[in-house]
Design a binder for this molecule. Structure first.
Ligand code: BGC
Length: 706
């Protein structure tokens, strides 16, 4: 009898344990500098007492475009910086002065960050950033001017390729891993561009009008993740936020970045982006780049009592503290890292393999395993390495084009023809058409391809339905006029110096595609939440247009869609996109089963655990990304239809089954409450949605926050 009672009690206890929500949190990664904040502060304070006022004033501006100022009298050396997120941009202006020799013999052109986000592979992001950091070490570069991380608000933004997509949670996860990967090599990560910098259309003249809730829910979370992960620097942006230039806004830097996000290290301006020295000095900014221009009058401002020496000391202290904490003053070129290029090339290639997205594959035209098939390769991008431009440019080495990569697999059966005739097109077994756009900082570009390109696609596909389109672009493009007609679409972004090899491996089946969209691709630009962002009657331009920009007045961009950015917008408005967020095909199939939830009631501070068994039901090895969204059933403020709050990518052999566990915290249910100026999760019912893309939800659970 006693024994029965014992087992009953044990059973009840175990059952209670199993059903009890867990405490603890999602495994967050964090970096700690080699010298602590306190120790570095002590050192900075003592150095400050030795500096003359003149030295201090000099120190708050940059030197030779990519350096901090040296103070030879105090043995403080100049610290070198380099762009940016997708590898080291080797600049000519480094070579003119003391670095007459090349900083680095070469640097790897990695796939662009939006492709990195498309991998949904957190560990790969860390490896990628680590490789970029190692190349910085090889060149003696102490500060990387990246990761870029502005949210993809609209598909025309010329810099979307430098960023991590439309979703704050996905971007935040990527950034956390990027920061840790990069900084673990001793290289400082610079989170940029702070904040609400979502167009490059006359970027020095735009004023982003964003409400507080939107700022916190959409445009700040990725920065917050970077700050929490331990990023050591932040760069402000060119634009104004609600009427003030970000680089001289006390609200942006002191209130939001320093107080609300808790950032305590180095803040620098974007290059030539501030105008009023007094405001800059009093905003919480530390370093004006590339030179002291707005703050040129710092001495005079001091004399007039408009700023104090304490203000200047604050700036100098912050620069010194950060650079000392990362041992940047003693940074030298470390030749041993030069042996790592092979490894880095492999990481670049692996990233491309995982980040290229198969959007369409009618009748399973792909993969083309039969190497005797004749493949006509055409399109301007098939004979070059597609890249974005501007500060993010990385030249790379050992380049390979799609034509070369396909020839390596199909031999003479695959050949490039610049302007194929009707007959050449119709007699080929398959046509691989490689199209693209050249996106760059300094301008936005149309969502639509030129008419000539669209017409050429239509001509080709009318002649040969077995057409595979490979897209190289930094953002979404208009595909709606030919999407239904082509057999397959590979969205390959800018895949880096050897990414064409990954494209070819996917075409031939050596690699099974596993990328998923980190953005929504709309049917027409008019569908986009950002539609109408440039002043009425104006048009996009090409090139830099610097002179015209100077003469222009500031123009406002109303972020009228508020928190409804990306899929949040398309779902709320019920506008079907061409391809939804989180979507991507594979050559195999997966089955999700045994989906369980640790509890259906939970309290603030507790964590829910969702487990799911994922099985590869096809014949090929492949990877699937399980995505977890939340939805607030009833709330005092409008909420999106769904919001991503968890994901995990797993690799499975044919027939293999793995259990995946995702965690959700009560914080994941919160919204930014403008009354309390904080995050708030309202008790009540929520829905958890588990699936493999934003539009492929396999299971829903109701949970109650008590
Ligand atoms: C860009 C920054 C870049 C800086 C230095 C600016 O034009 O906006 O992203 O880091 O130049 O090259």
């Amino acid at each position: 009898m006693k024994r029965v009672l014992f087992f009953s009690v044990l059973f009840i206890l175990l059952a209670a344990l199993c059903c009890k929500p867990e405490t603890g949190n999602k495994n967050k990664k964090q970096f700690f500098p080699p010298v602590s904040f306190e120790k570095a502060a002590e050192w900075a304070d003592s150095l400050l007492t030795l500096m003359t006022l003149e030295e201090k004033i000099t120190f708050i501006g940059g030197d030779r475009i990519f350096f901090t100022q040296a103070i030879p009298r105090l043995n403080i050396s100049s610290v070198m910086m380099a762009d940016a997120t997708q590898g080291v941009h080797l600049r000519d202006n480094w070579r003119d002065e003391i670095f007459y020799d090349e900083v680095l013999p070469r640097s790897t052109a990695f796939p662009c960050p939006i492709l990195l986000a498309s991998t949904w592979n957190k560990n790969l992001v860390e490896e990628y950033a680590n490789a970029v950091g190692e190349e910085c070490r090889a060149g003696g570069i102490a500060i990387l001017l990246g990761p870029g991380m502005n949210i993809y608000r609209q598909s025309r933004c010329g810099r979307n390729f430098e960023y991590f997509g439309e979703d704050p949670y996905l971007a935040g996860q990527m950034i956390e891993n990027y920061v840790v990967g990069l900084q673990s090599t001793g290289t400082i990560a610079t989170l940029k561009h702070f904040v609400a910098n979502n167009t490059d259309y006359f970027r020095r003249k735009s004023n982003s009008i964003v409400d507080e809730r939107t700022l916190h829910e959409i445009y700040l979370p990725a920065f917050k993740s970077g700050v929490n992960a331990g990023a050591m620097a932040v760069m402000t942006s060119y634009n104004q936020l609600n009427g003030e230039w970000c680089g001289q806004s006390n609200y942006v830097i002191d209130t939001v970045l320093r107080r609300q996000l808790g950032f305590k290290w180095l803040v620098m301006t974007d290059w030539w982006s501030v105008y009023d020295g007094e405001k800059v000095i009093q905003s919480g900014m530390d370093l004006e780049m590339p030179f002291r221009l707005a703050t040129e009058n710092a001495g005079q401002l001091l004399e007039e009592g408009k700023v104090s020496e304490a203000d200047i000391n604050r700036m100098v202290r912050s620069i010194l503290r950060t650079l000392y904490a990362m041992k940047a003053f003693s940074r030298v070129k470390e030749e041993s890292y030069l042996n790592k290029f092979d490894e880095h090339e492999e990481i670049a290639l692996q990233t491309a393999r995982e980040g290229i997205i198969l959007l369409r594959n009618e009748n399973q035209i792909l993969p083309i395993e039969d190497t005797t098939k004749t493949i006509l390769i055409t399109g301007e991008y098939a004979i070059k390495v597609a890249q974005g431009g501007g500060a993010a440019t990385v030249e790379g080495y050992n380049h390979i084009t799609l034509t070369e990569a396909l020839a390596g697999i199909y031999g003479v059966n695959a050949g490039y023809i610049d302007a194929p005739t009707d007959e050449e097109i119709s007699t080929a077994d398959v046509v691989v058409l490689n199209i693209g756009t050249f996106d760059s900082e300094g301008r936005d570009r149309p969502f639509e391809l030129p008419d000539t390109t669209e017409n050429e696609i239509l001509r080709i596909v009318d002649l040969n339905p077995n057409t595979v389109v490979v897209v190289n672009s930094g953002s979404g493009i208009r595909m709606s006029s030919w999407n239904q007609k082509v057999a397959a679409i590979l969205y390959a972004w800018y895949p880096g110096q050897n990414g064409a090899l990954a494209e070819a491996e996917i075409i031939t089946g050596k690699v099974n595609p596993s990328g998923k969209l980190p953005v929504t691709i709309e049917k027409e630009f008019v569908n986009s939440p950002g539609y109408g962002y440039i002043p009425q009657g104006e048009a996009l331009y090409e090139g830099w247009q610097g002179e015209e920009e100077k003469a222009r007045a500031v123009y406002d961009i109303q972020y009228k869609e508020g928190i409804l950015v990306g899929y949040r917008w398309y779902e709320y408005q019920r506008i079907p996109p061409l391809y939804p967020f989180g979507f991507g095909l594979s050559y195999t199939s997966f089955e999700l089963s045994k989906i369980t939830l640790s509890a259906n009631k939970f309290r603030q501070g507790e964590t829910l655990k969702i487990t799911v068994s994922v099985k590869n039901t096809g014949e090929r090895k492949g990877a699937e990304t399980i995505q977890l969204y939340i939805s607030d059933i009833e709330c005092s403020v409008p909420r999106p239809v769904k919001e991503l709050k968890g994901f995990e990518k797993i690799v499975l052999e044919p027939g293999e089954l793995k259990k995946v566990t995702l965690f959700i915290e009560s914080d994941d249910f919160s919204f930014w409450d403008t009354e309390s100026k904080g995050w708030k999760a309202e008790p009540g019912e929520f829905e958890l949605l588990l699936g493999t893309s934003s539009n492929q939800i396999v299971q829903r659970f109701i949970v109650v926050l008590l």
